[in-house]
Ligand binder design. Structure first.
Ligand code: SF4
Ligand code: SF4
Length: 328
């Protein structure tokens, strides 16, 4: 389904969505970065520039309260919010990140806590001429309920799910030829880092990268965990029990495979007991294990780990180094 919206239509649509959902829209923050914040009924920046925080955290938060065990022996799960989430304004990479962890949490044994939040939510992509100074942002062409594509005059809206079709039903049909032109423009844009990540993945799968490389790289890691905590496709967590005044609260909290305690066993044995093994694992998981399990790398090319890493060993930096040193 293809529709065309003008600015008034867009506001009408957002107003309608805000009745049924907790609607978050892109806003420019005081420091110039972007975040998804509750829609307040007024103008939003509607910019498709990257978001600082990973949006997957809205469904898989850093601390996720799971259950409260009362001193009377009764278990109670936390009440969810009144309305499901509607996220408006995700770019192609962030939509890919949500799709990646959707598949992970839906695999058996399915994660009911994640899926409950996620299946009730509405996801809206934002692409086309919505970058800084109206720079073109590649189209998502799926992975959301509907995609808003700025064509410099209007918003084209393409629905991919029944829910997306429902919300767009009242708006006029859009021009197929304009959409086709935008698709061609989008497919002509080469991702700056995609080639290096794919080539590094092939080299790692062919075991062309020696341990001495990982020794060098891992010596730079200060074990802050920032790369994992910033990454939209990292899904590792540990479970924490905390005493409350009337029982125990069980939560899951994000874990980081770069931290020393990540796989340490109660006996003290740690199968990932060195920096070399942990750094190698972080990259191998995304570029070797994920392609084997899912048919694609676990890196959706968002660049957050490169921005987060204080010592310059994020995914893009490492892939560039692998390619320059081992691709013959
Ligand atoms: S660029 Fe880094 S943070 Fe982004 S998906 Fe890839 S590994 Fe994760
Ligand atoms: S962000 Fe960099 S320094 Fe921090 S844990 Fe990750 S690789 Fe190590």
């Amino acid at each position: 389904m293809l529709k065309q919206l003008n600015q008034q239509d867009l506001f009408r649509l957002l107003e309608q969505l805000a009745i049924s959902f907790q609607l978050l829209v892109p806003q420019t923050l005081v420091d110039g970065t972007r975040g998804l914040l509750p829609w307040n009924g007024s103008q939003t920046s509607m910019s498709g520039e990257p978001l600082q925080r990973k949006p997957t955290a809205l469904f898989f938060p850093q601390t996720d309260h799971l259950v409260h065990l009362g001193s009377d022996g009764m278990a109670a799960t936390p009440a969810g919010s009144d309305k499901p989430l509607a996220l408006c304004g995700l770019n192609r990479e962030d939509l890919a990140g949500i799709a990646f962890i959707d598949r992970f949490f839906a695999a058996q044994p399915a994660d009911d806590i994640y899926l409950k939040k996620r299946t009730a939510a509405l996801i809206i992509g934002l692409t086309g001429y919505v970058g800084r100074e109206q720079q073109f942002q590649p189209l998502a062409e799926g992975q959301c309920d509907f995609e808003l594509i700025a064509d410099q005059q209007h918003w084209l809206a393409v629905a991919y799910t029944e829910s997306g079709k429902h919300w767009l039903a009242d708006y006029p049909d859009g021009p197929e030829d304009v959409l086709q032109l935008l698709r061609e423009t989008s497919r002509g844009i080469a991702s700056q880092h995609e080639q290096a990540v794919k080539r590094a993945s092939r080299l790692l799968q062919a075991e062309q990268v020696p341990d001495s490389f990982w020794e060098e790289i891992s010596a730079r890691c200060i074990r802050c965990g920032g790369c994992n905590f910033a990454c939209p496709t990292c899904t590792c967590f540990c479970v924490q029990d905390r005493k409350t005044i009337n029982g125990i609260e069980r939560s899951r909290i994000w874990d980081s495979c770069q931290l020393d305690a990540f796989m340490r066993e109660a006996s003290g044995h740690n199968p990932m007991g060195t920096e070399l093994l942990r750094t190698r694992r972080r990259i191998h998981h995304k570029l070797v294990d994920d392609p084997q399990r899912w048919g694609e790398t676990g890196c959706i090319l968002c660049g957050r780990c490169d921005r987060a890493c204080p010592t310059g060993i994020g995914m893009f930096a490492i892939c560039d180094e692998i390619v320059s040193r081992f691709d013959r």
